[in-house]
Design a protein around this ligand. Structure first.
Ligand code: HEC
Length: 115
């Protein structure tokens, strides 16, 4: 019985390893779209991951983490609906564009906005 369970556990682990890149890594296409959306809609206020209106709410990894903004859902929600001086983008960007720009922001924050 335990041998069966061990085999099953290994099979599941291998399966998870195999599918992980599909959802863990944003594809190059999505990131390229996200970069375009960012440059056209966000860079005026957030160039290089900064924030020209409220410098303390920038897009650096540790700051996103501090404000609970270090997830796709949180960024998508704020871009869609806006917050204080940040405008809502739901009437200007498609869901796919908002998803892409959120992936781009997260990816850039993880890389220290060096690219
Ligand atoms: C007019 C300026 C402006 C534009 C354009 C703008 N933002 Fe913002 N953004 C802000 C401000 C101001 C805040 C801080 C909001 C608050 O009070 O929490 C903010 C906050 C954020 C945060 C949370 C940062 C944190 O540390 O809490 C994210 C993520 C973000 N913006 C992403 C974007 C993206 C992506 C776009 C483009 C689709 C965008 N913003 C466009 C002004 C802007």
């Amino acid at each position: 019985m335990s041998k069966v369970l061990a085999t099953l556990a290994i099979a599941i682990a291998l399966f998870l390893l195999m599918i992980r890149p599909v959802w863990a890594e944003a594809s190059a296409d999505v990131l390229a779209t996200g970069a375009n959306v960012f440059n056209a809609n966000c860079a005026a206020c957030h160039a290089n991951g900064n924030n020209v209106i409220n410098a303390s709410k920038n897009l650096k990894a540790e700051v996103l983490h501090q404000y609970g903004m270090d997830s796709l859902d949180a960024i998508i929600n704020q871009v869609t609906n806006g917050k204080s001086a940040m405008p809502a983008f739901k009437n200007r960007l498609s869901d796919a564009q908002i998803q892409a720009v959120a992936e781009y922001v997260l990816n850039q924050s993880e890389q220290g906005w060096k690219a």
